[in-house]
Design a protein around this ligand. Structure first.
Ligand SMILES: NC(=O)c1ccc[n+]([C@@H]2O[C@H](COP(=O)([O-])OP(=O)(O)OC[C@H]3O[C@@H](n4cnc5c(N)ncnc54)[C@H](O)[C@@H]3O)[C@@H](O)[C@H]2O)c1
Length: 326
């Protein structure tokens, strides 16, 4: 039975990952901020091989106590996530993302644990020469634009990991996630926000022209990619794009959400100017992952179509609403 740690495990990706790790029989220690086990893990809380520790990942002492000496893998997911969050507090974003990794690096080196680091397509910034290969350039906007604080901090984390891998032979792998979505995601993200609006009879909001594109990747596929990256010896010391190749404009996504939600003809997308929402904002125009490395080394490609993933996410949201109504 492997001893593994998931930081930020009370979040959206963590809840799916932990479910999969427990099913494989791993002993999982979760580190997150909530005092009590987070609601996203409540469906797993009876499992004997799950242990929850409330700690800030920047708190070296608490993390040292929480991480078992025999821990083989640390899935480091704890981060400030979501455009709204990192634009509203870039200092906290930078401090959590970089300070948190520093703690985890120290703990992993002491124990010989492998780090699986959740990075992001945001490290490519606004490079629109798609598909984006793992060695594509980072094209970032000016540092006066808060939006780039998240991608920049994750990029520094990647530098720290590559450097520690080379200097101290730290076993590590980096997964760059591309717009993950699925059940249990906060409605500050595009798809759950649109679903929430459609379920409540409002047209889904689309920022600016809606011509910007993304590749949305369903949670089950993301978890499969993370697990494969964590297991394949050949993956060590590398970064992998974990993203679907199904590119869609945000305006088309809004129409699809309306359609899958059964509200075609009733609702229309609502276009919103981001200048009225964010103090300083820029948005990448296209974002499509190159997935050849993930295919070759991990044998991974996203399998879930956007229609199927949206249907499953809608089902989950409706089930939650039914449960709330009793
Ligand atoms: N969801 C996506 O589309 C996406 C895309 C790219 C990368 N990622 C990365 O995947 C990881 C997980 O993202 P998510 O979507 O599950 O986000 P999430 O916000 O749902 O989960 C992040 C978790 O980290 C915890 N956390 C934040 N600060 C912490 C701290 N100081 N100490 C301990 N825990 C802390 C939060 O409480 C939360 O439970 C993050 O590292 C994120 O950058 C996610």
């Amino acid at each position: 039975m492997a001893q593994v740690v998931v930081t930020g495990g009370g979040g959206f990706i963590g809840s799916h990952l932990i479910g999969a790790l427990l099913t494989r029989g791993d002993e999982v220690t979760v580190i997150d901020l909530c005092e009590d086990i987070p609601w996203r893990l409540s469906h797993l809380s009876g499992r004997g091989n799950l242990r929850y520790v409330a700690a800030d990942v920047r708190d070296r002492q608490k993390c040292e106590e929480a991480i078992p000496g025999s821990c083989s893998k640390i899935f480091h997911l704890a981060a400030v996530v979501g455009v709204r969050n990192y634009c509203s507090d870039p200092l906290e974003t930078i401090d959590t993302n970089i300070g948190g990794l520093r703690t985890i690096l120290g703990a992993a080196l002491l124990r010989g644990s492998k780090i699986i680091f959740a990075s992001t397509s945001e490290v490519y910034g606004k490079n629109s020469k798609v598909p984006l290969g793992e060695d594509s350039d980072r094209v970032l906007g000016p540092t006066s634009i808060d939006r780039w604080s998240y991608g920049s901090s994750k990029a520094i984390c990647e530098h720290m990991l590559f450097a520690t891998h080379r200097k101290h032979s730290l076993p590590m792998v980096i997964v760059r996630l591309f717009n993950a979505y699925g059940p249990r995601q906060k409605p500050i993200f595009a798809i759950p926000a649109m679903i929430d609006e459609v379920v409540n009879g409002r047209g889904p909001r689309v920022y600016d022209s809606g011509e910007q594109t993304r590749c949305f990747t369903f949670a089950d596929d993301v978890i499969e990619g993370i697990l494969r990256a964590s297991e394949r010896p050949l993956a060590e010391g590398q970064a992998f794009n974990i993203g679907s190749s199904q590119e869609i404009t945000m305006a088309s996504l809004a129409r699809k959400v309306i359609d899958v939600g059964g509200k075609s003809g009733e609702l229309e997308p609502r276009f919103v100017d981001t200048k009225g929402i964010y103090r300083s904002y820029e948005d990448p125009s296209r974002r499509v992952p190159g997935v050849s490395r993930a295919k070759e080394v991990l044998g991974w490609a996203a399998k879930t179509s956007l229609d199927t993933g949206l249907r499953k996410t809608f089902e989950f949201v409706r089930m939650e609403i039914d449960q709330e109504r009793g």
